[in-house]
Design a protein. Structure first.
Length: 361
């Protein structure tokens, strides 16, 4: 940031001094121009008290159409583990005023594509656009008192458009792989057909059905959230689709990871889960199970199988990113199982212990 507002190359000056040379400027030569703000993009989950997150970076595409300096140590395919600090990138924007710098940096963060691992990006955007922040009212208790959004709310229309993109990209992919009647146009039928349906589940668990039918003019009649849309696919690739929805053009990058669809588009970044067409076997639920809230190393296990515990009693301690996290009993009961030992490395969501309430034994 100092380099941005002074125009000096500080690293160059440090190297010159290390080689025994003098500074290349005097105090009177220094002047400041405008404002610069830096944001640090971390692999952490703001909704889980900013605990570190791990995973594989499925897509990393920094914004290129806004003037910004980005220093990063990741690329698409990078694994974010527990061995190092979860800092992903530093982004610096310079502008004539503080407000312009803050709003430009927020836009850069929005347009930067980072998928596959939880990050603090949306929290940073909300902070940079918060009126108190723009007014310079930033103190150490800013998060607690101002409460900036930790995740961006997606409007019903944005969610519907993203679901349409995911459905029609899947449709195109299936058609591309077709081995039977592959020369026929998409959705061709001898008689009128009722169309197809794909169902997605959003982060709140709400089911979003997308019904679509190919028309003879090459467009699709789509129904989603009770609304009827006319959609034209202008261009499509393996993980990208360019659409025209009711005359409005929009493009989406979509990463497929199992049933998850990680969707990045104009002013939207969300995850939808494709529902299976047929019921799948349900996994057995572990009643009373305690799972790891973050990846880490087990420092201590303070109970044994068979021990009776009280609500709030310490069960074990996890260490991650130089922090200790105490795992306590959510209720009174008996320890029916332990899934870890001291010095074990665990991933987020790993089973740690099981507590059975007295009445369930």
């Amino acid at each position: 940031m100092t380099e941005a507002i002074t125009g000096l190359d500080l690293v160059r000056e440090q190297i010159r001094i290390a080689e025994g040379e003098t500074l290349g400027y005097r105090q009177n030569d220094l002047s400041m121009n405008g404002h610069a703000i830096e944001a640090r993009l971390y692999a952490e989950d703001p909704s889980n008290d900013f605990l570190p997150a791990t995973g594989r970076v499925l897509a990393w595409e920094p914004a290129t159409d806004v003037s910004v300096r980005i220093d990063s140590g990741i690329e698409t395919g990078s694994e974010i583990g527990i061995e190092f600090d979860p800092l992903l990138a530093k982004l610096i924007v310079h502008a004539p005023t503080r407000r312009e710098a803050a709003l430009s940096l927020a836009r850069v963060l929005e347009k930067t594509r980072i998928q596959g691992v939880a990050t603090n990006r949306e929290f940073l955007v909300a902070t940079l656009r918060h009126e108190a922040f723009l007014a310079g009212q930033t103190t150490t208790d800013f998060i607690e008192t101002r409460k900036p959004d930790r995740h961006r709310s997606v409007s019903p229309d944005e969610r519907s458009r993203a679901a349409i993109a995911a459905a029609l990209l899947a449709q195109s992919s299936n058609r591309e792989r077709a081995r039977v009647l592959a020369t026929l146009p998409t959705g061709w039928r001898v008689t009128a057909a009722s169309g197809e349906e794909r169902r997605f589940r959003d982060a709140e668990g709400e089911i979003l059905p997308v019904r679509y039918r190919a028309l003879r003019d090459g467009t699709f009649a789509v129904e989603v959230d009770g609304e009827h849309r006319r959609v034209r696919v202008r261009d499509v690739a393996a993980a990208w689709i360019d659409l025209e929805i009711d005359g409005v053009r929009c493009a989406y990058d979509i990463v497929t990871e199992g049933a998850r669809r990680l969707i990045h588009g104009p002013d939207v970044d969300l995850v939808l889960v494709a529902e299976p067409r047929f019921p799948e076997p349900e996994e057995e639920d572990s009643t009373g199970g305690l799972t790891a809230p973050m990846p880490g190393k087990v420092l201590s296990v303070n109970v044994e199988v068979g021990d009776r515990v009280e609500a709030g009693q310490l069960l074990l301690v996890l260490e991650a990113m130089k922090m200790e996290h105490r795992v306590v009993a959510p209720h009174a009961g008996r320890v029916s199982g332990l899934g870890v030992r001291v010095n074990d490395q665990v991933v987020s969501g790993a089973m740690l212990a099981e507590i059975i309430e007295e009445g369930d034994e």
